[in-house]
Design a binder for this molecule. Structure first.
Ligand code: GAR
Length: 207
């Protein structure tokens, strides 16, 4: 059984999707053993507590910079004996001391079709605002491994939705979450825990 540690910063709907999938028996070979939040008082923590999952709060604002935060986070991940780390709406950029310690063992969900609308400054609703500003006709979400560059690790799964003429960022976000993120994130986590993701030439392939 792999220990899955989920990192959150906000509402935690993706965490909820993982909890629900685990409850339905859809996470094969893994168990959510800890939820770590970069912010106090967020709803994701309530979701974890309600599901009986141990929580740790490691507030980003208490650390001077990305490196000192990452060093503390790395120590906590090691304490938790994490086999897989899932960034589920985790809004903090990590230093390479974390990404290098867990190569191809950190999974992120990004709410757009990488390599479009991603990188520094593209997070949460801002991504959907940029998509609507540009006028593209499809968007979606990407489940990918995390490396030392923002949103640049190997892509595992992607799913697409239509962008409609009267979309607001909030409406588009909801369509992408419901149709893609909440389905593909648990699926990718299960594939990882079943050792069904192969890495070749830096790219990820599902067997
Ligand atoms: C989700 O849409 C997730 O894809 C996005 O933030 C939202 C968090 O929602 N993540 C990023 O933008 C990371 N770059 P949640 O807290 O309800 O899961």
């Amino acid at each position: 059984m792999k220990n899955i540690v989920v990192l959150v910063s906000g509402g935690g709907t993706n965490l909820q999707a993982l909890i629900d999938a685990e409850r339905r028996g859809e996470i094969n070979g893994g168990k959510i053993t800890c939820v770590i939040s970069s912010k106090e008082g967020v709803f994701a923590l309530e979701r974890a507590e309600k599901a009986g999952i141990p929580t740790v709060v490691l507030p980003r604002k208490e650390y001077a910079d990305k490196v000192s935060y990452s060093v503390a986070l790395l120590a906590e991940l090691q304490r938790q004996k994490a086999d897989l780390i899932v960034l589920a709406g985790f809004m903090t950029i990590l230093d390479s001391c974390v990404t290098k310690a867990y190569p191809f063992r950190i999974i992120n969900v990004h709410p757009a079709l990488i390599p479009a609308f991603c990188g520094d400054g593209f997070y949460g609703l801002k991504v959907h605002e940029k998509v609507l500003e540009y006028g593209v006709k499809v968007s979606g979400a990407t489940i990918h491994f995390v490396n030392e560059f923002t949103d640049a690790g190997a892509v595992i799964l992607q799913g697409v939705v239509e962008v409609l003429n009267d979309d607001t960022p909030e409406v588009l976000q909801k369509r992408i979450m419901e149709n893609v993120e909440w389905k593909l994130l648990p699926k990718a986590v299960s594939l990882f825990c079943e050792d069904r993701i192969t890495i070749k030439d830096g790219k990820a392939y599902v067997d």
